[in-house]
Design a protein around this ligand. Structure first.
Ligand code: DLL
Length: 433
């Protein structure tokens, strides 16, 4: 099912005509309304009228997280605060949060894109959405909420936390769609098992999981344990929140980017050079309908690739591949680039370990050392030390073989690594402390 048949299945040419018109309007608006953009465009000598084709987008300068920080809190807003109806913020790991604003129309656009996303993942107006994304400054909770309402579904605004109560609500209220981070989904599975509740008895059909990187292996684990279709949803506060791109139930392969509102590009993470379809690199987005907080060529730091091939669901929107990680999450261990999600895949591959893991990076004698902490399966807990050590060596070998990097593996007792209610903290980097 497609929520907005007209805009989600446009022939490429028609879509590009709309994109160009909207892009030109956005560029003219930010040039006149936001001193930061006027300065930046003047520096490279580009005037709004110079944007005559979509290819001209590449002539505009990038916007980065640092620019957002320098203009904290409202410096990049393109409308007077009077016209802003909602403010969200995302807490970075360093310094000040990123502040974003929405006009009434922006909130409506967002609701429409979330209604499209929920539909793509199999939700209908008859459904009941158990929304366990956090409500608050984080965009996950309210983003899903408005989309579910727009779709006409019922939404349970349970937010994150109080996990046992969530399981009771699931049993009693009969929700059919689950929305939360993938790590919290597994935590819910664990809590249900402890309470003797089986997801098989619950009514869930599908779940929309995002806000943090996860792997195909993790998807398999979630689908099996929660007994639902696990769909990937992508977004970021700066661009809007959840609902920038979503997988479709028909293909479950790559996330359709809502290109009638955002223009995606892939650029080389170091040089910023635009890369062709299919080549992995850093995602860059330009918003073309946002009023309060438009962004031009925003560097997301997320690594992905774009695929224009037709999709069997009928949507003509380009697909981005599952986000592999963030360029700033990439660990360089003695010269080898490693993403936490790659280690996750190896851990889950063997089916001998739990999906609860943490990576600790230290610098020992000027060398980076990566220790992978993994919880053992409860039934192994009483095993002889030598068996556990053999398992540790086995996983070390598998990681070395697959990723070419030498790590230390430490099996830890079941349920000792911290569970998250939102985004999981997978990496503890002691080098920066
Ligand atoms: O996480 C918005 C969101 C909420 C998306 C709920 C999906 C579901 P931020 O807190 O600003 O916004 O974080 C955005 O999270 O740049 C990615 O690094 C990461 N991220 C989001 N979705 C995915 C995903 C929300 N599906 C940052 N896969 C982004 C991998 C994701 N990473």
């Amino acid at each position: 099912m497609i929520y907005n048949e007209e805009f989600e299945t446009l022939p490429r040419e028609a879509l590009e005509a709309i994109q160009l018109r909207r892009l030109r309007a956005t560029v003219a608006r930010v040039y006149h309304a936001v001193p930061f953009y006027r300065r930046r465009f003047d520096e490279v000598g580009v005037k709004p009228d110079d944007i005559g084709s979509l290819a001209d987008l590449a002539r505009l300068p990038f916007t980065t997280k640092a620019d957002l920080r320098d203009n904290y809190p409202y410096g990049l807003f393109a409308v007077p605060l009077d016209n802003v109806t909602r403010i969200h913020a995302s807490s970075g790991t360093t310094g000040k949060p990123t502040v974003v604003g929405y006009t009434g129309r922006d909130v409506q656009t967002w609701a429409e894109l979330m209604a499209r996303s929920l539909t793509a993942a199999g939700a209908r107006k008859e459904d009941i959405v158990h929304n366990a994304y956090g409500y608050g400054l984080f965009t996950g909770g309210l983003g899903v909420h408005y989309g579910a309402e727009k779709l006409g579904a019922s939404v349970i605004p349970v937010s994150g936390g109080n996990t046992r109560r969530q399981i009771l609500i699931m049993k009693d209220f009969g929700p059919t769609i689950l929305t939360c981070t993938p790590s919290y989904a597994l935590h819910l599975a664990e809590a249900a098992e402890e309470m003797g509740v089986s997801f098989r008895e619950l009514r869930f059909k599908s779940g929309l999981f995002g806000a943090e990187p996860w792997s195909e292996r993790m998807r398999a684990e979630i689908e099996e344990r929660l007994h639902l279709k696990a769909m990937d949803i992508y977004g970021l506060s700066e661009i809007m929140g959840p609902g920038v791109a979503v997988e479709c139930l028909e293909a479950q392969r790559g996330l359709h980017v809502f290109e009638d509102h955002f223009i995606p590009e892939i650029v080389h993470p170091e040089t910023g050079q635009p890369l062709p379809y299919g080549t992995p690199g850093e995602l860059v987005f330009t918003t073309i309908t946002k009023e309060a907080f438009p962004l031009i060529r925003y560097r997301t730091r997320d690594l992905s690739s774009l695929h224009p091939e037709p999709c069997r669901c009928g949507r003509t929107l380009v697909r981005m591949s599952r986000v592999q990680g963030r360029s700033d999450d990439m660990l360089i261990i003695r010269g080898v680039n490693v993403f936490p999600s790659q280690i996750e895949s190896v851990i889950l591959e063997t089916r001998r370990f739990t999906p609860h893991y943490q990576l600790v990076v230290e610098r020992v004698d000027n060398l980076d050392r990566l220790t992978v902490l993994v919880e053992m399966q409860p039934e192994l807990f009483s095993d002889a030390i030598k068996n556990l050590q053999a398992l540790e060596r086995e996983l070390e070998g598998a990681i070395r073989e697959t990723l070419g990097v030498t790590v230390r593996v430490r099996l830890v007792e079941p349920k000792t690594l911290q569970r998250s209610e939102g985004k999981a903290a997978r990496v503890i980097d002691k080098r920066r402390l």
